[in-house]
Design a protein around this ligand. Structure first.
Ligand code: NAD
Ligand code: UD1
Length: 336
């Protein structure tokens, strides 16, 4: 298939290009580079041996999107484009709602005008809020999101569900990612956050490389085995491969389909620190800090539905994730 990746120069998008190419698909990327660099696409070219077509444009630009669909015959779209920093979304709600929602509306309109009705959406475990069921299945009711970023994911899911209901020709796959970390084994592509990282793994790797003094562990009084927050960390290459498998649902005309993409295993913050130290033979200095506002104790999924229906399951473990995250960081201490 010929697949358009919006936001394809970003962290998950760049890894997904590699997996799609491996599976024999063709890729076109559109990105405005607001949170990425074209260098990630040059690195991808080194891995797959060819440069993928790249359109530098904002997905909110309807003329640019219509031109793109005129120029390329696109069979399906994977929509990675969006702003994703939780804290920033609280400070700049209008910018987040406007970018994430509008980009999706403009894209969907250009798609239907060009009769391309196959759509994969990057959603998040954040839509479950403080989950009612652990491990989380897709039947778990959605919960209250505590920030505008999470609300854009939850609202766009509703928009897509309504669109598919109104026009059953659409195939819509909502992929709810758990916590992607790690990097491609080559060390050429990986996570490249701007400024001080919000997420755990980039904070650990930047501490290990000496860019940060120590990791702050946000709370050790949660109702978890060691008191620190438990999450379902998933290797970004496994997650990327989940998109290849999601295309199978599209091929068999799934209508609406929702999948959790996680490993099904929970690791605490201190488990991740220990695994990182063991995998890389390094020490990560840390100290216990107060809880972070909006955090929950435990979040991990039951990934059985994706296995049964897509034949997808994660194959990498936490030490692989730690090894590959560090490999990218040490090869690229200042990022791209
Ligand atoms: P990323 O920031 O690395 O990638 C997103 C890309 O979208 C960036 O390259 C950015 O430049 C681009 N972009 C943003 N707005 C755009 C616009 N209006 N027009 C064109 N391009 C635009 O983030 P990522 O980690 O690769 O995440 C990809 C998607 O997955 C996002 O939608 C994110 O919300 C979602 N997601 C990520 C995680 C995670 O932990 N990384 C978890 C759940 C969901
Ligand atoms: C966060 C977002 C979520 C988003 C996801 C991916 C919040 C509340 N949630 O998930 O909406 O989809 O990122 O972008 O921000 N931790 C530390 N020290 C740190 C960083 C994190 O102890 O410096 C802890 C956190 O308290 C948590 C765990 O590590 O227990 C994972 O945190 P993080 O990587 O930010 O992911 P989430 O909070 O699960």
């Amino acid at each position: 298939m010929n697949i358009l990746l919006t936001g394809g120069a970003g962290y998950i998008g760049s890894h997904t290009i590699v997996e799609l190419d491996k599976a024999g698909h063709s890729v076109v990327v559109v990105d405005n580079l607001v949170n990425s660099s074209e260098e990630s696409l040059n690195r991808v070219a080194k891995i797959i041996g060819k440069q993928v077509p790249f359109v530098k444009a904002d997905v909110r630009d309807a003329a640019a999107m219509n031109d793109l669909f005129d120029k390329f015959k696109i069979d399906a779209v994977i929509n990675f484009a969006g702003l994703k920093a939780v804290g920033e979304s609280v400070a700049k709600p209008l910018e987040y709602y406007e970018n994430n929602m509008n980009a999706c509306f403009v894209l969907l309109d250009a798609m239907r005008k060009h009769n391309c009705k196959n759509f994969i959406f990057s959603s998040s475990a954040t839509v479950y809020g403080d989950p009612a069921i652990i491990p989380i299945t897709e039947e778990c009711p959605k919960g209250q999101c505590t920030n505008p970023y999470g609300k854009t994911k939850s609202m766009l899911e509703e928009v897509l569900i309504d669109l598919q209901k109104a026009d059953p020709e659409w195939n819509v796959v909502l992929l709810r990612y758990f916590n992607p970390i790690g990097a491609h084994q080559s060390g050429l592509i990986g996570e490249n956050p701007n400024g001080i990282p919000n997420n755990l793994m980039p904070y650990i790797t930047q501490t290990a490389v000496g860019l940060r003094k120590e990791l702050g562990v946000f709370g050790n009084d949660y109702d978890t085995p060691d008191g620190t927050g438990v999450r379902d960390y998933i290797h970004v290459c496994d997650l990327a491969n989940g998109h290849v498998c999601a295309l199978k649902a599209i091929e068999r005309k799934c209508g609406l389909a929702i999948y959790n993409l996680g490993t099904g295993h929970g690791n605490s913050v201190l488990d991740v620190v220990k695994a990182f130290e063991k995998a890389n033979n390094l020490k990560v200095p840390y100290s216990i800090k107060p809880r972070r506002a909006g955090d929950i104790a435990t979040c991990y999924c039951n990934p059985a539905k994706a296995k049964a229906e897509l034949g997808w399951e994660a194959k990498y473990g936490i030490e692989d994730m730690c090894r590959d995250a560090w490999n990218f960081q040490k090869n690229n201490p200042e990022g791209y």
